[in-house]
Structure formats: structure tokens, C-alpha cells
Design a protein around this ligand. Sequence first.
Ligand code: GTP
Ligand code: MG
Length: 374
Amino acid sequence: MSETIAALITPGGRSAIATIVVAGPKAGSAVDRHFFPLGKKQASTCQIGDILVGHWRDSAEDAGEELVVSRTAADRIEVHCHGGIAAFRRILNHLVAAGCREIAWSDYAHQSESSPIAAAARIALADARTSRTAGYLLDQYNGALEAELTAILGLLDAQQTSDAQLRLQSLLATANFGMHLTKPWKVVIAGRPNVGKSSLINALVGYERAIVFDQPGTTRDAVTAAAAFDGWPVELADTAGLRESDDAIEREGVARARKLQSAADLILLALDQSAPWTDEDQQLLAAYPNAIVIHNKSDLPADESSQRPAGLKVSAQRGDGIEQLNTMIGHTLVPTPPLHGTPLLFTGEQVAAVQQAAAQRPDAAIQTLRTLLA
Ligand SMILES: Nc1nc2c(ncn2[C@@H]2O[C@H](COP(=O)(O)OP(=O)(O)OP(=O)(O)O)[C@@H](O)[C@H]2O)c(=O)[nH]1
Ligand SMILES: [Mg+2]
């Protein structure tokens, strides 16, 4: 590396501490210009692993900001400063004036990782919302996908094209799961007004996110909440109760509800087991054949209609059955979680490249896969 770069590697905004990495031959001298250590060692002369406390000053007269500098590799220094935007911006500006080139943290990940797949996994890890999804991304960071692509390349090189094709297809089958490692599953609740959809959302997320009221037509706009079921990150959406209405705002709410429901990975169909079975319930059941059917208000006497389908009995109000619902949502989203270490496609670019390779003749497929690995 001949140039020296500076990159903010923590999220922008009001985080507590920001970390700026300075990497390249001029890292030490660039930091020395503004960093005045309390001890004898300078940023440019300290050893790997040294942590220096000092002040970042505009000039020798400036009181400066107290911060910490450490050397993490021969040509790499980290500056740990206050996390406010103005604080890290000032330091980055000084580093640029000292000859560093400022780059984005994602570009730094690409520069500092050994392969594009490891870099992509590192970037994706920042978007993993649960330790379960992070675990699968760590597998890819540690080489699971790279090893599989390399093995497929070997098969193609050896002209074992049908074996290669099988393994490309198995990889493609992981794309839906893999892409969800950084993008939560969308779970949307549907049902007639007043069956207890908002109450169910609140019971599932564990706090009062959605407004509950005894009048039908309470929820108008979609309300979403971040949740996790069985370690799978989910964006859970409450929607307006589905019914014909003369009220323009409610009609708009119903239109938005239908749109969200059509884009959902999973629908929870809420029914009121204490109310008589209606044609609307029947229509909803037919419209969402893959939905999890929930019979809410199990604390009230049941309406014994013969048309009532099988489903999970819960009481959103009392919490009965919510734990089972939780588990059922997780198992429905991911019926058979991949074993740890399984290669997974987790970016759109990877999916597109593997789809392309699967459709190509061996020579072209080899080129496509090499580009993905290079
Ligand atoms: N007894 C009983 N009442 C419930 C239960 N769940 C919800 N309710 C009541 O049913 C009424 C409607 O609840 P909501 O959660 O607002 O229903 P909703 O389906 O979101 O209604 P809309 O937003 O109007 O479509 C409220 O009075 C709730 O307190 C339950 O498990 N048992
Ligand atoms: Mg509601």
C-alpha cells in the first residue's frame, strides 16, 4: 500500500466512541501532526499494541480533545475519539490535510480483507440483528462460501459439469435464507377489525407498540416493530382490519394492509374465536392459504362453528399461547435451519453471479466464478 487512508469504522451519528483507522506508510506522521501524547511515545514511534493517551489539537496552543491512539499493525494506527459527528469530522479533516485519503468503512473492509467474499461478510455482519444470523455470516467470513466456490471451480476444471451444476443449484437454494441474514423476514398480521391484531402484536413484541381499542377500525396505518423469533430477525407489521368501509382514511389503511400482506414472507391470520364465523373470515382463509391461523380471545367462550379451521388458540390479553405462537413463527420462517459451516449466498451480487454461472457453459462459468472470488 503506497497511499495512506483514513476511514471512520464506527457508525456515524451520536455514538459514544468513534474509531478512525489510519493505514499506510504516512499513518504515524499524519497522526503526529495533531496528536500530543501525555507520555514520551509518539504515534509514529510506538510499538504494535501500545495505547497512548493524549490530546488532539488544532495547534500547540489549543487545549484539544483528550483521546486514545493505538498502533494495531506496523502501518496502522487507530484513533478513538468522541463519537459526535463534529468530533470525528475535525480529526478526519486534519488527516486529509496531512495527506491521507478518506475512504468509506466498506471500502476499507474491501482493502483490508483477503477476499471480496470475506469483505462482503464483514460488511454484512454490521447488518446482522441477532447472534444467530451473525453466526451464519461468521461462517462465510471464515471461508465456508469461498471453499464451496473453489470446490465447484475444481469440478468445472475437471469437466465434472453435472456435479458442478448440482452444487451450484444447492448453493442457489440457500439464497433466500442467506439474504435474510441482513434483511429481516417480513411478518404481517391480517384479519377482520377488532379480532385483536394490535393486541397480538403487543403480546409478541412484549411492549405496547400498537394502539388497542374496543372499536373496530382502530388501526389505520401500518405499524411495524422489530422482533426476533427463535433468533430470526423479523419486521412485524400490524395492519388495519380488513373490511369494506365508507371512510376514506380507513379504505386507505385497508389498501396499505393488502399491499404489505402481498409482500410478506409470512402472514398471521387472526380470528376471534369468541365471535361467530363470517364470510369475511372464510374469504381471508382462502386468500391466505399459507398463513398461520390464530384463534384469539381464548379466554372467552368459544363460538363452535363447524367451518372454523384448525389453528393455534391464544389469548393476546392474558398471554396464553403466545410462547407457542412465537416458536411456531420461527419454525415456519425457517423450517430446517442450515447446519453451521454451510456455505450460503448472502448478497445480491453473489446470487446473480451463481445464477449466471449455472446457466453458462463450463468455460464461461469458470470465468464468472473466478470473478466472484477474485
Ligand atoms: N377478552 C379478550 N379481549 C381481547 C383479546 N385480544 C384483544 N381483545 C380486545 O379486543 C378489542 C380489539 O382489540 P385490538 O387489538 O384493537 O383489535 P384489532 O384487530 O387491532 O382491531 P382494528 O385495529 O380495529 O382492526 C380490544 O377491546 C381488546 O382489548 C383477548 O385475547 N381476549
Ligand atoms: Mg388494530
